[in-house]
Ligand binder design. Structure first.
Ligand SMILES: Nc1ncnc2c1ncn2[C@@H]1O[C@H](COP(=O)(O)OP(=O)(O)OP(=O)(O)O)[C@@H](O)[C@H]1O
Length: 614
């Protein structure tokens, strides 16, 4: 049984998928193997870590005979010996590097989970929780308290939750707990802490939130010995994961690995949903066995750009907020509502906790954000579509470019004061201008086309030119926001950094808020000619907005409901970037289509994290 390579490539296939398949075919003369390789390569391009060859949905068309032939091929193995491709018992077909990342990562996580102890006696835990949560009522803080009480003795801990559920508030307390009981937790007396995030923007937000949390605790903590530990938590220096791991762009390698592990004893990574399989594997490899890794994030958000859905897989592999019996018995007296229990063989139980209470009091967006996090209740969606609003979440019907222009015009009118200050005030300073810029953001599902970020930026520039008298024939004008699209290590400008062009005594300069090598944030300006690749940033893609937050967002979805980019996670990620107000420029059908389509990434990590299931 040998299947010929299809002559015509599917529209969304990459050239590399075809080239790789042809290369394999030339060397092996096996059309079957070439087809499987093409499927795995194409799957990787879509974020999957493998191709599931018997997936009825993708109709890859490999029957039992074909799989047998494939299994016998010298280039295919089960992973136990070196082969370029791996076909596992569940018929998942991998390019070897993805199989390696997945199995290594699962083994490293399970190994860390096995090391967990419960080193702090109950009465000490109770006293400490009372101090760390002084003035905060029990009940809504139960899972925050559980996380703080459960982290001592863990080598791997994941804290998840939607926006504003208190992840940062909790992690500062978790760190204080680890610092106070460092010795009992198997750490040095004064453990060192690293803060990191996948992007510079997310790293910046993390340090700001940690600094705020520390400042609050400085005044509310009743215990002096906890207060004395606050300076040990860094709040000025959060690095991108690339920087933390010592990325060497020329060689595409990292200086930190198992051979040269990170010096830090505790590593906190925020926005973990954006971390792909290869990067997470590198991070785990670079940690000393006795170091503690804490991941923070929201698995409801878009998965990483590159292969894997690591955070979502980790969360799905752990019983939801259920604790192993020993831990449940220890913590129950400290919580208002007794936690559920699970069996001792659930490897990640008690090391993956989810915060569920939103502390963004009075936010008129909360109900919408919560509704969109999972498959929305059909009744809620029907009401939203007929009422055109739910609290501060609004819908605008946007079926064509004409309607899009009307949406842009009314967006400009609603924000006219802020836009006027940005575009026409010559006295605005760079700090205030950047602050203004963070208040509003248009987010688009697409990059290209009239509904994409690029088309929207052109449209907005034209409409702003007409409204405020800007010379739209020039790419650069006072008040133009730009986003960097390629890392420039020499200048310290990174993909996703947003700046603003301002006319000053030295001519037009582009201002950014950047962290220096010591992590201190400050304003720096560049000549437009000195910038690495960049684009206008009135509108940016939803993918680029991950890890950022704005007061008001407008979310643009293309009217073509068949566009596969439309997923529930995309809509949720976009709406959850807003603090106060969000509007969607959509058609009912494209919104319904997006919400009915959760991202489903193929891979085996979820099963590999459940011993005996992979
Ligand atoms: N137990 C609590 N009692 C009162 N306020 C709280 C509590 N926990 C968190 N908050 C407040 O809720 C807000 C959001 O908290 P925090 O920033 O920790 O959430 P987050 O999950 O990290 O948010 P984001 O997803 O935006 O990063 C903050 O203003 C914080 O002070």
């Amino acid at each position: 049984m040998n299947r010929p390579l299809p002559a015509a490539a599917p529209a969304d296939e990459r050239a590399i998928d075809q080239t790789l398949a042809q290369w394999v075919f030339k060397r092996t003369d096996s059309a079957l193997l070439a087809s499987a390789v093409r499927a795995a390569s194409s799957a990787e391009g879509h974020g999957h870590s493998c191709a599931w060859l018997t997936d009825p949905q993708t109709d890859a068309g490999f029957d039992a005979d074909a799989l047998d032939v494939l299994r016998q091929h010298a280039w295919v193995g089960d992973g136990s010996r070196f082969t370029p491709f791996v076909l596992d018992a569940q018929n998942r077909f991998y390019l070897r590097r993805n199989w390696q990342h997945e199995t290594k990562l699962a083994a490293a996580i399970l190994q860390r989970c096995q090391q967990r102890t419960l080193p702090i006696p109950a009465d000490t835990l109770t006293d400490d929780l009372d101090a760390l949560f002084a003035g905060m009522p029990a009940g809504n803080t139960d899972w925050q308290r559980a996380a703080v009480a459960a982290v001592p003795g863990a080598r791997f801990f994941v804290l998840t939750g939607g926006p504003g559920t208190g992840k940062t508030t909790t992690v500062v307390r978790m760190l204080l707990m680890l610092l106070r009981h460092a010795r009992a937790c198997g750490l040095p007396a004064l453990p060192s802490i690293a803060l990191a995030a996948p992007t510079g923007k997310a790293a910046q937000r993390l340090v700001q939130a940690i600094a705020k949390g520390k400042a609050e605790l400085q005044t509310t903590l009743p215990k002096e010995d906890f207060r004395d530990l606050l300076p040990l938590i860094p709040h000025a220096d959060a690095r991108t994961l690339h920087r933390l791991l010592g990325y060497r762009p020329m060689e595409n390698t990292f200086s930190h690995s198992a051979r040269n592990p990170l010096a830090e004893d505790i590593v906190v990574v925020d926005e973990a949903s954006m971390v792909d399989l290869a990067m997470m594997c590198q991070l785990l490899e670079a940690l000393r066995p006795d170091a503690v890794l804490i991941l923070l994030g929201d698995p409801g958000q878009l998965a990483s750009v590159d292969a894997g859905s690591v955070l979502a897989d980790i969360v799905a592999s752990a019983p939801s907020n259920q604790l192993p019996p020993g831990m449940a018995a220890l913590l129950a007296p400290m919580l208002q509502n007794a936690p559920g229990t699970t069996t001792n063989d659930a490897a990640l139980a008690g090391q993956v906790l989810t915060l569920t209470h939103s502390w963004r009091a009075g936010s008129g967006l909360q109900r919408g954000i919560e509704a969109l996090r999972d498959t929305p209740d059909p009744a809620w969606l029907d009401t939203l579509l007929s009422a055109r609003a739910d609290g501060d979440l609004h819908l605008r019907h946007c079926p064509n470019p004409h309607a899009l222009r009307a949406c842009v015009d009314s967006w400009i009118e609603r924000h006219v004061d802020l836009l006027q200050a940005l575009l026409t005030s010559s006295s605005i300073d760079a700090g205030a201008a950047l602050q203004n810029l963070h208040q509003l953001q248009i987010l688009s599902a697409l990059r290209d086309g009239p509904f994409g970020a690029q088309g929207l930026n052109e449209l907005i520039s034209r409409q702003l030119a007409a409204r405020f008298g800007i010379d739209s024939n020039h790419a650069w004008y006072h008040g133009r926001p730009v986003i960097i699209t390629r890392n420039d290590y020499a200048r310290g400008l990174f993909n996703g950094d947003v700046g603003i062009a301002l006319q000053g005594a030295d001519g037009l300069r582009v201002w950014f808020e950047l962290s220096d090598r010591d992590g201190n944030a400050g304003l720096r300006s560049f000549s437009p000619r000195a910038l690495p690749a960049h684009e206008s940033a009135w509108a940016i893609t939803i993918h680029r907005s991950q890890g950022s937050e704005y007061r008001d967002v407008a979310v643009v979805l293309p009217p073509d409901e068949d566009n596969r980019i439309l997923t529930r996670e995309l809509v949720y990620t976009a709406i959850s970037r807003a603090r106060n107000h969000a509007e969607m420029w959509v058609t009912d059908t494209s919104l319904r289509a997006a919400l009915s389509r959760p991202i489903q990434r193929q891979g085996g990590l979820r099963e590999r994290l459940v011993p005996g299931k992979a």
